[in-house]
Design a protein around this ligand. Structure first.
Ligand code: MTE
Length: 318
């Protein structure tokens, strides 16, 4: 992200939503077949993650055509696996998303360690189609599966001292080769990957605690087994493979802010009027499309989130 501009990828087709739904019911059907021992499973079926049923949210869904499953799962930023777009999908098999726990602590009345299976079942899962805008200038449209981060936050009861929320990704160089120290890792980040939000941002209904996409559990390269998704912010705020959520009184020091404070601010709201010091943020390339399109304020979610930043100087608080 810091070092090089994203190389162009081969354009690939956009998945029509109906096609996806058909594929999803096919996958669910296949899973049911796989459970029935007398019915032979189709050896030729493409490898697919476990189905993750969810009800589709009309309210929190955009109409833009979906980015293909292939692009979403092969064109990734996940520096724990390396800095090339195909490193995460190539090396994703190294990550073991089970067993997995998430520690929730800091200024909360009910701190607890949750097992991922319990966390996944705490609240009904919704499918929401969100735009994702990467700070590098590309974007995607992804059907995520999860529930509002606010539901979990309310359950653990933040105290009056909790003003910010810090998210920490797994730190394990045996599973994440990008975290290994060495000659070839000079450009690497300060691990573990840490992100943060103001408490009111974390409570916003758009903030999604995410367990799946395209009808199935999150592929490892997209942040299995659990990540956050914040569609009005640049993609790097949406931390992957989270092991800890901590409620704090001071603004957390985030990974990209530490790496380059003049380039990546704490807020990092999508804002076409504030350029990255090395490139414009006025336009973006939707993966799968040729012509660049205009980037929208707060990535098109201004009606919903602008009030969070009323009165703030967004040039300074970038
Ligand atoms: N989370 C961790 N732990 N490590 C990362 O390198 N990259 C971020 C974000 N979350 C990143 C991360 C960036 S720059 C983007 S654009 C999104 O993940 C990409 O998510 P995707 O690969 O699922 O599209």
């Amino acid at each position: 992200m810091l070092i090089k501009q994203a190389p162009d990828i081969a354009p690939s087709e956009i998945t029509d939503y109906q096609l996806y739904l058909n594929r999803r019911s096919f996958l669910i059907g296949m899973a049911a077949l796989a459970l029935a021992p007398t019915v032979p499973t189709a050896a030729a079926a493409p490898p697919a993650g476990a189905p993750l049923p969810a009800s589709r949210s009309e309210r929190y869904t955009v109409d833009d055509p979906l980015t293909s499953f292939e692009n979403i799962t092969t064109y990734n930023n996940f520096w724990e696996f390396g800095s090339n777009k195909d490193d995460p999908s190539r090396l994703a098999y190294l990550l073991k998303p089970r067993p997995w726990t998430i520690q929730i602590d800091g200024h909360v009345a009910r701190p607890r360690r949750y097992d991922i299976e319990e966390l996944l079942r705490l609240f009904p899962l919704e499918e929401r189609v969100y735009r994702l805008r990467c700070v590098e200038g590309w974007s995607m449209v992804i059907p995520w599966i999860g529930y509002p981060l606010a539901s979990l936050i309310k359950r653990v009861e933040p105290t009056s001292k909790a003003r910010f929320v810090e998210f920490t990704t797994l730190h394990d160089p045996t599973q994440f080769p990008g975290q290994r120290k060495g000659l070839f890792n000079l450009s690497s980040l300060d691990w573990p990957y840490v992100e943060g939000l103001r408490l009111d941002e974390a409570l916003h209904p758009l903030a999604l605690l995410t367990f799946g996409l395209y009808g199935q559990v999150l592929p490892n390269q997209d942040g299995a087994p659990v990540r956050i998704v914040l569609p009005w912010k640049y993609g790097f705020k949406s931390a992957k493979s989270i092991v800890r959520i901590r409620f704090v009184s001071e603004q957390p020091k985030t990974t990209w802010e530490k790496a380059a404070p003049n380039e990546y601010g704490f807020y990092s709201n999508v804002n076409p009027a504030v350029d990255h010091p090395r490139w414009s943020q006025g336009t973006e390339r939707r993966i799968g499309e040729f012509r660049r399109r205009k980037t929208l304020m707060f990535n098109g979610y201004a009606d919903q989130v602008a009030s969070l930043y009323a009165g703030m100087d967004l040039q300074r608080n970038f």
